[in-house]
Write a protein that binds this ligand. Structure first.
Ligand code: ADP
Ligand code: SF4
Length: 705
């Protein structure tokens, strides 16, 4: 077989002086940030469990040029913790060393270290400490899991205590080496926000009622913090400008008045939206810079610098934000996760090398699942210390054996670019005519356009690597692979959606009548549509695909009924903070959603469904059913090669490895990670028996008595 033609290469451009403004220093209280790039606090699922992994992750951000690098929220007293979430803790002196390690890592690269001291109050049920949660009022704790626990109303002694605890933590944070010590009053996550908002604060004492009273505690805490450490440290306030609840919650005009009342008391205003799901909306629901209308105007209320976020990845957008006087510092959580070296790349004019965040919130899912952060675009995120990976540097190759990669989806592309950077000669054979695999197809679905960046970044990288050759229209079979005889063969052929109904609920194929119109997402993405107008989407996958397919059909004028055995549409997207937005959009598009239903039998023009609790059946007329249940790996090539293993040596093949969806279908983040892992580990010394492929820390044991 002949391989198709390679694509042409592209050049990077040099930096224009118009970006210089982003590299101006900014004074923050007694300190100076070396540029305007500010990594705002963000959670990561590592926290107190993985302190060294976390310290290294933050250190890499500093190395990448972020002038300020902050922690996630740090619980400052044991009477308020948010188990099961894994954040940082500063409960007593024993917590100082792990925090100091992070501050040191940040300082190593000349950045300022910020710490976000948090007291969640009525946001946590205190499942670990078993203390009674406290808030401004007697109210059920506002956790994500409707815990059957109430917070008690703080009395004035409680308020005095909490001020003292905050101050103790401030002093410990300073001892740990932090430069910016936050007063955190944002996101409806914590006592100060709860005091600010009339939703939670119904007090009639000096801490409730008027605006002055509701900000009193924030003011006292800010003043006390400044008095204690303000000579050497900066004290930012993080506040939510709007809860997007109209005048029922905190809203822009009200919060602007609050900011006006404390205008120059803090050293910086860090302005967000509340709750977190509004602040970190996915690209499916918010564009880059969606917060701009909210942040706009804050700067005229204060002489102090303002930082705001908006999933900014475009340097031009950042420049205009600063020039228009909307912010002084460009805040970022996700863009700094997807590309810890974003500032350095802008500084060096390496725009083509920027790994732009796609706004998928897989990073957020780490926090929600209490697992170390992962990122779709940046597979090294969270692995900096655990595996010794770095977002920008790779180990040089250890052999000169070339590698054949079959399939140019996210797994194949990431393996290719990383191997290419290591110096291996790489050949990619792709059956289609474009790079990107599933990402290309999925990014054409409603709301997922930004996902194409997964392919775009890797295309740009490959274009700079003369040792990577790409061949299109090259669907390989086992015979071709044997004929080519590359010593290393990577099978990254992806997966396809299955059409037999097997998924989470049905472990055996469901009965499907002959002539019934049954489609899978693969069919839909390939352009197939039913003849009739009544479509049932059966979502037993529970991530985004079912909801997106339903949206597509509704947009195209089909009468769309979405069935799920779960309690709600796309239920896993709770972990990406999208579920609420998804269900709202589906309902607004006229999609009927039925929860707790199973699709059991598909007949011609009719579907037998049942209630997942009672088994009671209901027949629903439908012209077509889209089965969004599970996928099957495209493993034929791997199986065929395995069957011909005795021919490998003669062909010069040493090993054949399946990665990504071709091994076991999962998220795009999994596929990118799989590609990276293959490339990082190629030719590495084998791990000694019993040694784990990652580093971890183990809790210190105290004496038994
Ligand atoms: P992953 O998410 O694991 O990277 P994708 O499904 O996104 O997987 O990508 C798989 C890619 O592999 C697709 O672009 C597909 O066209 C290509 N492919 C599948 N089978 C072959 C084959 N036998 N030869 C070459 N390319 C293949
Ligand atoms: Fe952006 Fe997705 Fe990476 Fe989060 S996981 S930083 S949203 S690309």
């Amino acid at each position: 077989m002949m391989l198709g033609r390679p694509e042409s290469s592209q050049q990077t451009t040099a930096r224009d002086t118009r970006y210089d403004i982003l590299f101006e220093p900014v004074k923050i209280g007694p300190l100076t940030a070396r540029n305007r790039f500010y990594q705002v606090p963000h959670c990561n699922g590592m926290g107190y469990r993985d302190p060294t992994a976390l310290a290294h992750m933050r250190g890499v951000k500093a190395e990448g040029g972020w002038a300020v690098v902050c922690t996630e929220q740090v619980e400052f007293h044991y009477t308020s913790e948010i188990t099961p979430f894994i954040e940082l803790r500063l409960w007593d002196d024993r917590d100082i060393p792990s925090l100091a390690r992070m501050a040191d890592k940040i300082h190593e690269h000349g950045s300022l270290a910020g710490i976000e001291l948090a007291y969640n109050g009525m946001n946590g049920a205190n499942l670990y400490s078993r203390e009674v949660p406290m808030g401004p009022a007697h109210l059920p704790v506002a956790s994500f899991t409707y815990d059957p626990v109430q917070a008690r109303r703080m009395d004035l002694q409680d308020i005095r205590n909490i001020r003292k605890w905050h101050l103790d933590a401030v002093l410990r944070a300073k001892r740990a080496g932090f430069d910016l010590i936050y007063v955190y009053a944002a996101h409806a996550l914590g006592f100060l926000h709860h005091f600010l908002s009339r939703r939670f604060n119904e007090r009639t004492d000096e801490y409730g009622g008027s605006l002055e009273n509701r900000i009193r505690l924030m003011r006292e805490i800010t003043e006390e913090t400044k008095a204690a450490i303000g000579d050497t440290c900066a004290v930012p306030i993080r506040i939510s400008i709007d809860e997007l609840l109209g005048e029922g919650g905190l809203y822009k005009e009200e919060v602007e008045d609050m900011i006006g009342l404390m205008a120059d008391l803090p050293d910086l205003w860090d302005v967000t939206l509340a709750g977190w799901e509004n602040d970190s909306r996915t690209s499916r629901f918010a564009e880059e810079g969606a917060q701009e209308p909210f942040i706009r105007g804050v700067k005229r209320l204060t002489a102090k610098p303002v930082v705001g976020v908006g999933r900014y990845t475009s340097a031009d957008r950042m420049v205009s934000l600063v020039k228009k006087g909307i912010v002084d510092l460009v805040g970022a959580a996700r863009p700094s996760i997807a590309d810890p070296f974003l500032p350095r790349k802008i500084q060096e004019g390496r725009f083509d090398d920027i790994r732009e965040c796609i706004g998928c919130n897989i990073c957020v899912s780490g926090d929600f699942t209490q697992s170390p952060i992962r990122c779709t675009q940046n597979p090294t995120m969270g692995e900096e210390w655990r595996k010794g990976w770095h977002p920008e540097t790779v180990k040089p190759r250890r052999t000169d054996k070339p590698v054949l990669i079959v399939g140019a989806g996210p797994a194949g592309l990431e393996a290719a670019q990383t191997l290419g950077k290591r110096g291996y000669d790489v050949t990619i054979a792709e059956a289609g005519t474009e790079l990107g695999g599933r990402v290309l197809q999925e990014s054409r679905l409603p709301g997922l356009a930004a996902w194409v960046r997964v392919a775009d970044y890797r295309k740009m990288q490959l274009a700079q690597l003369p040792n990577v050759e790409i061949f299109f229209d090259s669907r390989l079979d086992a015979g071709n692979v044997l004929e080519f005889g590359f010593p290393r063969v990577v099978i990254a052929t992806g997966a396809r959606w299955r059409g037999d109904g097997i998924g989470h609920r049905h472990l055996a194929a469901i009965p499907i009548a002959e002539g019934a119109c049954v489609l899978t997402p693969s069919d839909v993405m390939a352009g197939r549509r039913p003849a009739g107008k009544r479509v049932i989407v059966w979502d037993d996958d529970h991530y985004y695909m079912g909801g997106v397919i339903a949206e597509l059909f509704a947009e195209q004028g089909y009468e769309t009924l979405y069935l799920t055995p779960a309690s709600e549409a796309s239920t896993w997207t709770r972990n990406t903070m999208e579920q609420h937005f998804i269900q709202k959009r589906m309902l607004e598009k006229g999609i009927t959603i039925q929860s707790f239903r199973s699709v059991d039998v598909i007949e011609r023009n009719e579907v037998v469904t049942s209630c997942v609790f009672t088994g009671r059946e209901e027949r629903i007329a439908a012209d077509a059913v889209v089965l969004v249940t599970a996928r099957l790996p495209n493993e034929q090539l791997a199986l065929d090669l395995l069957a011909r293993r005795d021919e490998w040596a003669d062909a010069g093949i040493e090993d054949v490895v399946s990665i990504g969806d071709a091994l076991a279908p999962a998220t795009i983040a999994h596929a990118v990670y799989a590609g990276r892992r293959y490339a990082e580990e190629l030719d590495a010394d084998p791990l000694p028996d019993g040694v784990l492929p990652f580093r971890r820390e183990i809790a210190e044991l105290l004496p038994l008595d």
